[in-house]
Design a protein around this ligand. Structure first.
Ligand code: UDP
Length: 479
């Protein structure tokens, strides 16, 4: 242990995770980071639901011995809303009904600090009952964090729906947000999920600070704006990223990795839409044709179209087991036969980080969830940004327009069907074109800068040390 960790070694932190694999994964990554690099003991308090299938444990991340996951009793919200309620409403209600069990878990464990994830901010006041500091973990980027924290002010400024605005939405010091790129809950102020989202923005300033999964080199201007202008966020922001799954392909593990082993370097494009994404039938057809016409090698994680919302699988995703959807009759006739030598389909869920880290993979058609984005960058793989839900349209804009690691379709896939010709052209440009080469270079550069940032003495490492020193001093913890 190095000397900067001698104090944090005596610390115990509780981290509250809202339901959904896309939320548990970054919490576990933060926990492992705290344990491995700062010797902190971590208890993850995981809010569970009655709707997620019990076998949905898709988390294949080994836990550090100092990290322990405590599953709270399943939160039943069926008496509060029906199953068609929007995802943010469901998540916030699940945390709300779990508050008594969160409190009782805290009583038994007495941590030195409480971290809550984005959808768990209603638990922040529990920290005061134990006289400990509290922090919000936004497992996403600084730009989205700015919008979230600034939303209560925007709410006062705009009397009409944001989507009816013609000008971009301004946040002091930050890149403006186009109305159509706003996060899902801001698209309809009459829906309950907007009220829940606004409450998150209102709760954040009552915390002692925000941890974000980003780093200085990725978003220098936004982070600078936070430091210089307290009108957006008036508490400290700790960029501690990129926290991302470390994964190496296990060459004996699966048929898929063995297939990748037989492909040339950087020749395969992965298409996958996160833990929640489900494409409509028409879009599945166009994507299938686009991939086929591009004549590139591909791995595609397919889910049966449901006709429901695009985030339909978020709380319900399972591992596509043996035989499940063995006949994907929703794909164009003859597609499987025609692409059998160049394509590999996986049903529902694939080891994404492992695939991206394989040398054969050179491009990623992604919904741009933040975990997926970081996994792509950590493997030096450029993207085709195909945002579907949550804050993904902002992520896509950031990646395509500011960071320079992604191509973006002309129209949003959530408002129009992206046609086969456009998909064909984008996939070719990403995998073979000059522009794809430039994006790949940038992704490789950021892979390096992310790794540097986390190293002892790097900005994200120091940021975490500062945070832990503060927690230790508030608690009078000494080595
Ligand atoms: N994931 C995976 N296999 C899949 C789909 C998703 O391993 O088939 C993982 C992915 O690697 C990432 C997480 O699930 O770590 C998804 O998080 P992200 O923030 O990208 O999107 P969300 O699922 O929250 O929309």
């Amino acid at each position: 242990m190095d000397s900067s960790n001698s104090t944090s070694a005596n610390l115990h932190v509780a981290i509250l995770s809202s339901p959904g694999m896309g939320h548990l994964i970054p919490v576990v990554l933060l926990s492992n980071r705290l344990a491995t690099h700062h010797c902190v003991t971590v208890t993850v308090l995981r809010v569970t639901t009655t709707v997620s299938p019990p076998e949905s444990n898709l988390l294949k991340i080994p836990l550090h011995p100092l990290v322990n996951i405590l599953e709270l009793p399943p939160a039943d919200i069926s008496h509060l809303v029906d199953s068609s309620a929007k995802i943010v409403t469901q998540l916030c209600l699940m945390v709300r009904v779990s508050l008594p069990s969160i409190r009782s878990a805290m009583t038994n464990r007495r941590p030195h600090a409480l971290f809550v994830d984005l959808f768990s901010t209603e638990a922040l006041p529990i920290a005061a009952e134990f006289n400990i500091p509290n922090y919000v973990y936004v497992p996403s980027n600084a730009w989205f964090t700015a919008l979230l924290a600034y939303s209560p002010i925007l709410h006062q400024q705009f009397s009409e729906e944001y989507v009816n605005q013609t000008d971009p939405i301004r946040i002091p010091g930050c890149k403006p947000v186009r109305p159509e790129d706003l996060v899902d809950p801001m698209l309809d102020q009459k829906d309950q999920q907007y009220d829940e989202y606004l409450k998150i923005g209102e709760n954040i300033p009552s915390s002692d600070g925000i941890l974000i999964n980003s780093w200085v080199d990725l978003e220098p201007e936004t982070l600078q704006a936070f430091a210089e202008n307290r009108s957006v966020i008036n508490i400290l922001v700790y960029p501690v990223g990129p926290l991302v799954r470390e994964s190496k392909p296990d060459h004996r593990s699966s048929e898929l990795v063995q297939w990748l082993d037989r492909q040339p370097d950087e020749s395969v494009v992965l298409a996958s839409f996160g833990s929640g994404g489900v494409l409509p039938q028409k879009q599945m057809t166009e994507l299938a044709w686009g991939l086929e016409l591009s004549r590139q090698r591909f791995v595609w994680v397919v889910r049966r179209p449901t006709g429901g919302p695009v985030d339909n699988a978020f709380l319900r995703v399972t591992n596509g087991g043996e035989g499940e959807d063995s006949k994907p009759d929703y794909l164009p006739e003859g597609f499987l036969t025609r692409t059998k030598d160049v394509g590999f389909l996986v049903s529902n869920w694939a080891p994404q980080a492992e695939i991206l880290s394989h040398p054969a993979v050179g491009g990623f058609v992604s919904h741009c969830g933040w975990n997926s984005t970081l996994e792509s960058i950590a493997s030096g793989v450029p993207l085709i940004a195909w945002p579907l839900y949550a804050e993904q349209r902002m992520n896509a804009a950031l990646l395509a327009e500011e960071v320079g690691v992604a191509l973006r379709p002309r129209a949003l896939a959530t408002s129009e069907v992206v046609g086969r010709e456009e998909i064909e052209a984008m996939v070719k440009a990403l995998m073979e074109g000059e522009e794809g080469g430039r994006l790949r270079e940038k992704a490789k550069q950021l892979k390096k800068s992310g790794a540097e940032s986390l190293k002892h003495g790097g900005p994200s490492y120091i940021s975490m040390c500062d945070l832990l020193a503060k927690i230790a001093s508030i608690n009078n913890v000494i080595s």
